[in-house]
Design a protein around this ligand. Structure first.
Ligand SMILES: [Zn+2]
Length: 198
């Protein structure tokens, strides 16, 4: 039996996603053997997470009021790619095929689990489009093609019909049901370049 304080740490690590008891134990014992300086760095990084905010324009993670992508004057503000989570931005950015701006929903519509427009940043998205309707030329529906992702994209495209804005989605290279984050980079680059009109 481990001492209480070590058991507590194992319990906390075990709460993290995908970490089983054995891995939690391994990490806790690894930390136990690290010197105080190394441990302090980790604690400092965790504490600094409180400084992470959501960008006031696109809801990406950032440290100031606006994220680096929104502040980048070289990026095309007339094209907005709507994604479900901030991690999807990392994936699309890694493809180097997109030079527009983003809008992060922080989820997708999911009637079974009771996730509606108010629970995600969808109202904020429609407000943003309404405010900038004369400047926006294209909106890319960049959600993963899961059942909920598809339903959300249909919902959004219907709501955007009243605007004179081109609505596109990634080409079908991304398999139905697959997460954008698990699509290989070549397929993703291809899907972004050959996006199709809705
Ligand atoms: Zn932003």
């Amino acid at each position: 039996m481990f001492p209480n304080k070590l058991q507590n740490l194992i319990k906390e690590i075990h709460k993290l996603p995908t970490i089983g008891t054995k891995t939690a134990e391994k990490i806790a014992l690894y930390l136990l053997n690290q010197n105080q300086e190394e441990k302090s760095e980790l604690i400092k990084s965790i504490n600094e997470l409180k400084d992470i905010k959501l960008c006031k324009a696109c809801f990406n993670f950032c440290e100031k009021d606006y994220c680096d992508i929104c502040l980048d004057k070289k990026r095309d503000s007339s094209v907005i790619c709507i994604v479900a989570f901030p991690k999807n931005i990392q994936t699309i950015e890694a493809s180097s095929k997109f030079n527009g701006k983003y809008h992060v929903l922080h989820g997708v519509l999911d009637t079974i689990n009771g996730i509606s427009e108010e629970d995600i940043k969808l109202k904020e998205f429609f407000n943003r489009i309404e405010k900038n309707k004369d400047k926006i030329k294209e909106i890319i529906l960049g959600l993963s093609p899961t059942i909920e992702g598809e339903a959300t994209m249909i919902y959004i495209s219907k709501k955007l019909k009243k605007y004179d804005i081109k609505i596109t989605r990634f080409a079908r290279g991304i398999q139905v049901g697959l997460d954008i984050d698990y699509t290989d980079i070549i397929t993703l680059q291809d899907a972004i370049s050959k996006r199709t009109d809705i």
